[in-house]
Design a protein around this ligand. Sequence first.
Ligand SMILES: [Zn+2]
Length: 213
Amino acid sequence: MLNSKKVLFVLAHYDDESFSAGTIKKMVDKGIEVSVLFICGLGKDLEDKRRDVCWENSELIGYTPYDLRYFDLTLNSLHNDVRIEMEQSVRDYIFSFAPDTVITNHGGDLHSDHRFVSKMVRIITRPSQHHNIKNLYECYVPGAAEYDEGTQMFNTVIDITSEFREKIKCLANYNLSTNGVSNLNGAEISSKYFGNLYGVGVAEIFKPIYCKG
Ligand SMILES: [Zn+2]
């Protein structure tokens, strides 16, 4: 993952990226170009606030944010024409950015938006000779992955000890502006727990879907 040249995160919500902020910072510091595509809409006041924080955090961490602002996955069902348009927009951004590694939400998460985005990204990025994506991973969101298969398949471990301070700052920024909605405590505790589990200081974990040579 850290040998990539261009990494694209495709995520449902503003703040999903903050749970991988240590890894993103580590990638950027290594010279990897990182962009984060957010799918979810801005229908609620909370989303507006989160968007501001997300853009502010992008300057601290070094990723390029991009969003599809007019879609609202919090609706129980999307009309077919909206779904097709959305999938085309996601596909267009993925292939115009041309990443070699894509990281998306976990397909077994508790949150239905995460599952929706994850499945869509799996379909768009399935291995093909027509694109250069070599790796597809799913990222960990504390309190969302544990309810399905647990975290035992999240066996790609990134040591973020040096980047932990910036990660906590990103999460704290969300917490400050959204009255504690973001899972700051869960992220802090789980990063330390996975660091302990895998014998590094502090860690973030990812689930590999496919990794090509
Ligand atoms: Zn989310």
